[in-house]
Design a protein. Structure first.
Ligand code: AHR
Length: 578
C-alpha cells in the first residue's frame, strides 16, 4: 500500500484495491479522486524525506483512520436520462426471450421429464413445478433437441411404445433412453404455452429423414406417417414454427466448410416441408440456417457466404434466419467459477459479455449488405454464461450455479438484443434447466429459481413492446484494469401503450440516482421490481431460495420527471402509469 501511495499517479491510488480504495471508493468523481491522490503523493514524499519508516507508517495509519472517520457515507452517483415515448420505433420480438433444451446432463431428464410413474408431481411425465414456473415466463419458443445432440439425433428412436435406447456421445457418453421424444416435447410445449423450434439432423442424418419427421409432425392428411402419429396418440397435426437446419455445422455439427454447408442447406430448405394447413399462409414455419460462432474474421466469412448465397438464391430454397452462437466464457476451456468469486471476476465476466454488442453489430452489418430489407433475422440461439463445471459434477453435464452476476449478464444481453430489434428477432439462452445459465435448478423433487429466471420474469412486459430510445451518459465503473459502463437502460412501450423502463446498475459498490425526463407522456406514478443480493456471487440454493429475488420499488414522479434510486449491482424494471 505504501508503494501505491508513492506512485506518480494520484489517480491510481484511488483505482487500486486495498485500504485506500476502500476508503475513497464511492466518494464522487475521479477528478476529485486524482486531486486527492496527488495531494497525498506530494505530502507523503516530503514526509518520507524527514521521518523514519516506522514513524511514517504510524502517522499514515492515523491519517487513514481520521479520513475514514470524517468521510461521508457512500454517495449515490447521479445519472440523467431522457426518454421520448413519441420516438417508439421497432417491435421487440418476444422470441428474443426463447429457451433452449438439449438432451444434455439433467436438462431434459430430471429437469423436465420424470416419467408418469414418478413420485414427483407430473402431468404425463412432465414436472408440474417446472411447467408452472415456465408459464410465468411466457416462454415464446423452445429450441430442441440440441445443440450438438441434434446432429446425432434420429427422431424414430423417440416415438412409439418401444423406445430405442442409444448413447449420448457428446455429453458424457451416457445412456439416452429416448423416453422424451417428439410427442413428449410437443406435450411439454403445450403445457408451458410455447412454440416449437426444432433442429434437424444435418450432420449424420439425411434430408429424407428430416423431411419425414416434419411430415410426421405436421401432415393433416391421412398419410402413413400422419396415421402413425395418430396411433401414437396425436390425431391433429402439430405446429412447428421454427426449423433449425443443422447446428454449428462448422464444428460439432459436421466440421463443414461454408460451401459444403450451403449445398446441404439448399437441399434441406427445399425438401423439409411443413404441411400443417394453418401454417401455409401467415404463420409459415421459419427456416434458420447455421451462422457464425464468434466475431473473428473467419466468422465474418461464414456470414458473408450464407448471406451472399441468400441474395443470389433461386425460387427453390429460402431461409428466414441466420443463427449465431456466442457464450460468455472468457477463455476456453471454461475456467471461471460460477460461485465463490469476487469483484474482479464479476467485472471481467461483464466485460466479456458486453462483447455481444460488437458481435451483433458486425454480423448485422454483413447481413445488411446482402439483405438491406432485413428479411433474414439474426437468431442468437445459443448465448449465456459458460463457467467451469461445479466440483463433483460430471464435466459433460455442464452444471454450474447461477448468481446475481448472471442476472446482470442476462439483462445486459437482453438489452443488446432489444437495441438491435430490427435484426435480432430471436434468441435462446443456453440452457433452460440444470445446464449452463439455467432458469431453474432441480435436485430430485426440489426446484429453485435462479437470479436469471427472475430477470426473464421481470422482462416479460418487454415481449412484443415497441422499442423507445433512451439517451443517457452511462458513466464509468472501474475495477482494476476493467472499465465498464456504470448503468445500462432499456425503454419500451407495451401493446397497451404503457411505458416500461429497465435499468441495470453494474457498479457493485455504489447506488445510482436516476433523474429521467420523460417526453410524449404525462406520468402519474411509477413502480416495479428490483433484483439484487448481498454479494456479486449471491445465489439461490435449495435451502436458501430467496437470497436473490425481486422486491418492490417505486419511483418519484412529477409530470415529466422521474426520480429513482438503483441499488448497487441490481436490475430494475418499472412501469410508468399515465
Ligand atoms: O449448449 C451446449 C453446446 O454448446 C451445444 O450443444 C452446442 O451447440 C454448443 O457448442
Amino acid at each position: 500500500m505504501l508503494f501505491t501511495l508513492t506512485s506518480e499517479s494520484g489517480t491510481r491510488v484511488c483505482k487500486r484495491k486495498g485500504v485506500l480504495s476502500a476508503v475513497w471508493a464511492g466518494r464522487g468523481s475521479f477528478t476529485k479522486c486524482s486531486i486527492l491522490g496527488r495531494w497525498f503523493t506530494r505530502r507523503f514524499t516530503a514526509l518520507r524525506q524527514k521521518v523514519p519508516f516506522a514513524m511514517r507508517a504510524l502517522l499514515f495509519g492515523c491519517a487513514l483512520i481520521a479520513v475514514a472517520t470524517i468521510a461521508p457515507a457512500v454517495v449515490a452517483q447521479k445519472v440523467q436520462l431522457s426518454v421520448d415515448v413519441s420516438k417508439a420505433s421497432v417491435k421487440i420480438d418476444r422470441n428474443i426471450f426463447g429457451q433452449f433444451a438439449e438432451h444434455l446432463g439433467h436438462g431434459v431428464y430430471e429437469g423436465i421429464w420424470v416419467g408418469p410413474d414418478s413420485t414427483i408431481p407430473n402431468t404425463r411425465g412432465i414436472r408440474n413445478d417446472i411447467v408452472a414456473a415456465l408459464r410465468a415466463l411466457k416462454v415464446p419458443n423452445v429450441r430442441w433437441p440440441g445443440g450438438c445432440f441434434a446432429d446425432e439425433y434420429h427422431w424414430r428412436t423417440g416415438i412409439g411404445s418401444q423406445r430405442v435406447v442409444t448413447l449420448n456421445p457428446n455429453w458424457g457418453g451416457v445412456i439416452e433412453p429416448n423416453t422424451f421424444g417428439t410427442h413428449e416435447f410437443m406435450d411439454f410445449l403445450d403445457q408451458i404455452g410455447a412454440e416449437a423450434y426444432i433442429s434437424v439432423n444435418v450432420g449424420s442424418g439425411t434430408p429424407r429423414e428430416a423431411a419425414e419427421w416434419l411430415e410426421y409432425l405436421t401432415a393433416a392428411q391421412p398419410t402413413t406417417l400422419a396415421k402413425e402419429r395418430a396411433a401414437n396418440g396425436h390425431q391433429a397435426a402439430y405446429r412447428v414454427s421454427y426449423l433449425g437446419i443443422g447446428n454449428e455445422s462448422w464444428g460439432c455439427g459436421g466440421n463443414m466448410t461454408p460451401d459444403y454447408y450451403l449445398s446441404q442447406l439448399k437441399i434441406y430448405s427445399r425438401f423439409v416441408r411443413n404441411f400443417n394447413p394453418s401454417q401455409q399462409d401467415k404463420q409459415q414455419m421459419l427456416k434458420i440456417a447455421v451462422g457464425p460462432g464468434g466475431s473473428e474474421t473467419e466468422w465474418g466469412y461464414w456470414t458473408e457466404a450464407v448471406m451472399r448465397a441468400y441474395q443470389n438464391r433461386q425460387w427453390s430454397w429460402d431461409i428466414n434466419g441466420l443463427s449465431m452462437h456466442s457464450y460468455t466464457v472468457g477463455h476456453w476451456p471454461p475456467s471461471f467459477a460460477s460461485v465463490g468469486f469476487g469483484e474482479t471476476e464479476y467485472s471481467q465476466i461483464l466485460k466479456f459479455t458486453l462483447e455481444m454488442e460488437d458481435l451483433v453489430s458486425k454480423h448485422s452489418a454483413i447481413m445488411d449488405k446482402y439483405d438491406p430489407q432485413k428479411k433474414v433475422a439474426l437468431v442468437v440461439d445459443e448465448w449465456g454464461a459458460w463457467y467451469a463445471p461445479l466440483p463433483g459434477t460430471s464435466p459433460g453435464f455442464l452444471v454450474q450455479q447461477n448468481s446475481l452476476r448472471d442476472a446482470i449478464l442476462a439483462a445486459l444481453n437482453l438489452n443488446i438484443f432489444a437495441h438491435h430489434a430490427d435484426r435480432v428477432r430471436m434468441a435462446n439462452i443456453a440452457q433452460m434447466i440444470n445446464v449452463l445459465q439455467a432458469m431453474i435448478l432441480t435436485d430430485k423433487e426440489k426446484m429453485v429459481l435462479t437470479p436469471t429466471y427472475y430477470v426473464f420474469k421481470m422482462y416479460v412486459p418487454f415481449q412484443e413492446a415497441t422499442f423507445v430510445p433512451v439517451a443517457f451518459d452511462a458513466g464509468t465503473y472501474i475495477h482494476g484494469e476493467i472499465s465498464l459502463p456504470r448503468i445500462d437502460a432499456l425503454a419500451a412501450k407495451d401493446t397497451a401503450g404503457k411505458l416500461w423502463l429497465a435499468f441495470t446498475n453494474l457498479d457493485p459498490n455504489q447506488s445510482i440516482e436516476v433523474e429521467a425526463s420523460l417526453a410524449g407522456i404525462i406520468a402519474r406514478s411509477a413502480a416495479g421490481e428490483t433484483l439484487t443480493g448481498p454479494k456479486v456471487d449471491s445465489v439461490n440454493t435449495f435451502d436458501a431460495a430467496k437470497t436473490v429475488v425481486p422486491k418492490p420499488i417505486s419511483a418519484k414522479v412529477e409530470g415529466r420527471k422521474l426520480d429513482l434510486t438503483l441499488e448497487p449491482k441490481s436490475v430494475t424494471v418499472i412501469s410508468v402509469e399515465q
